[in-house]
Design a binder for this molecule. Structure first.
Ligand SMILES: NC(=O)C1=CN([C@@H]2O[C@H](COP(=O)(O)OP(=O)(O)OC[C@H]3O[C@@H](n4cnc5c(N)ncnc54)[C@H](OP(=O)(O)O)[C@@H]3O)[C@@H](O)[C@H]2O)[C@@H](O)CC1
Ligand SMILES: [K+]
Length: 459
């Protein structure tokens, strides 16, 4: 057994309803599924245990607790001291096994369950969550919350490790799940699901190499439109990213007066241009666009064959029904929008909390409404397109949470759309978000412009 991430292959994710169906089908052929689960938990527990203290197994009353109880028996058979109870042991544990709730969690926690979770979190020992950290909803990656009257909301186990059993659940990889699950392990218990996944977990995607005969004309053009007064850096970051992603020519149409100056004094390869000069370019529209971008959108949306819409372009679209209709009426497979949760909330006319409550559903709804590919940013970015199984991005980290990081992603994606004109936008959006996330997996502060070099090295 080894940690799931980083992964070199995409993994299917199954929500609770699908996992239940897979479980029922599998139990007919393999009635010892829970024994397998319990043994898998015990095996990982043996490897993760630190010191000689007892292993505390907090087992709930359902099958998640059943996994924990079998693990306790297996550990005891190996001579390991165990403490299977909802109260902590008298002496500090060497490992906590969280087997309180798995995929059966279906409502806010009561005070007693919340107290057990808080006691687990208070231990200094590593915490191994069985299937899902208790308190976290397996489908959405959001805490189930607590019933009214409790002071703390969003109580969930902060696991150092999670062993997902039978299937991988979407909620481990998006929303709060990424932070709460710790290092993720997976045991399929010998079962190969027969049904289509709810979503895919992303892996690095190899893009076609250039032929020796290719030239800058074969590598497409990008037109970045944005950079209103005081925000020109956003457009320039997007343009630099498009250039380094391999676009043959990159033009910048700055919305603030540039007085005949260069598009970007620090990147002489970038050119000034406009829709009139490059009507067949891939548009990267809205980075630092300010309210001025709204007036440009109708012409850009009706002319450009492929477009990446970001930031202020999305705010303008959210505020205008005609612009929404203009996006939705573009040819299928030609538009991608890259909202962060607040921009998605404006587009959907719901709250940010409602977006975050179910990120997969929010991205899919937006993709249906605007008939385009949606790259919903945030912890565990989600890519959804009409008629496609969504993808959850397996890479990323807090280093991406800086100004300009989204501009780099939008520009990079525009660059790839230009260079790989024959590839579907959904595939390119997944690949770009995965590469952007991988470049951001560092433990230090990373100004957005510095994402470009590691993204280039990952090519
Ligand atoms: N079957 C098998 O062979 C295999 C099973 N596997 C394992 O089983 C796990 C799923 O087990 P599970 O369905 O029994 O649900 P589980 O997560 O243990 O919850 C128990 C019950 O708690 C309740 N409840 C819900 N919310 C609540 C709340 N807020 N506060 C209080 N109570 C609450 C709710 O019952 P309710 O009250 O709604 O009747 C729920 O049913 C899965 O994650 C995996 O670990 C795997 O090993 C594969 C093989
Ligand atoms: K659990």
């Amino acid at each position: 057994m080894r940690p799931l991430l980083p992964t070199t292959r995409p993994w299917p994710l199954f929500d609770t309803a699908a996992t239940r169906r897979i479980e029922v089908a599998a139990l007919a052929a393999t009635p010892d599924l829970m024994a397998r689960a319990g043994h898998a938990v015990a095996k990982l527990a043996l490897a993760l245990r630190r010191g000689d203290g007892p292993v505390w197994l907090a087992c709930g009353r359902g099958n998640n607790g059943g996994d924990g109880r079998i693990a306790a028996d297996v550990l005891a058979a190996h001579g390991i001291p165990t403490h299977a109870a909802l109260q902590p042991p008298a002496s500090p544990p060497s490992l906590v096994v969280d087997a309180l709730f798995g995929i059966g969690l279906n409502r806010p926690l009561d005070a007693a369950s919340a107290a057990v979770i808080e006691a687990m979190n208070a231990c200094s020992a590593p915490i191994l969550a069985v299937d899902v950290p208790s308190g976290l909803l397996a489908d959405t990656g959001q805490p189930a919350g607590t019933i009214a009257g409790l002071a703390a909301d969003g109580v969930a186990v902060r696991a150092t490790h999670t062993l997902s059993l039978l299937t991988l659940k979407p909620g481990l990889f998006t929303g709060e799940g990424r932070a709460l699950a710790g290092r993720i392990w997976f045991d399929h218990l010998g079962v190969t699901p027969a049904e289509a996944p709810t979503a895919w977990l992303s892996a690095p995607q190899a893009l076609p190499a250039s032929l020796a005969s290719h030239h800058k004309g074969s590598h497409g053009q990008v037109l970045v439109v944005g950079g209103a007064a005081g925000m020109q850096g956003a457009a320039r970051l997007a343009a630099r990213a498009a250039l380094h992603a391999g676009a043959g020519r990159v033009y910048v149409d700055l919305l603030a007066p540039n007085d005949g100056g260069p598009a970007d004094a620090g990147q002489p390869e970038l050119m000034c241009g406009s829709l009139a000069e490059c009507p067949l370019a891939v548009g990267v529209i809205g980075c630092g666009g300010g309210p001025e971008i709204a007036a440009r959108l109708p012409a850009l949306l009706s002319a450009l064959p492929r477009a990446v819409l970001d930031a202020d372009a999305l705010n303008a679209i959210a505020a205008s029904a005609p612009l929404q209709a203009a996006v939705a009426s573009r040819a299928p497979g030609t538009t991608v929008i890259t909202p962060h949760p607040l921009e998605a909330a404006r587009l959907l006319q719901i709250t940010v909390q409602a977006v975050q409550q179910d990120r997969l559903a929010a991205a899919q709804t937006l993709a249906r409404q605007l008939r385009c590919t949606v790259l919903l940013k945030g912890s565990g970015s989600v890519i959804a397109s009409p008629g496609e199984t969504p993808t959850v991005i397996s890479t990323g980290g807090p280093a991406l949470g800086t100004a300009g990081s989204g501009d780099v992603l939008a520009g990079w994606l525009g660059g790839w759309c230009a260079r790989h004109a024959a590839m579907p936008l959904h595939t390119l959006a997944c690949a770009a978000a995965h590469a952007h996330g991988a470049a951001g997996e560092v433990n230090h502060v990373l100004p957005a412009g510095e994402l470009i070099a590691p993204m280039t090295r990952l090519l």
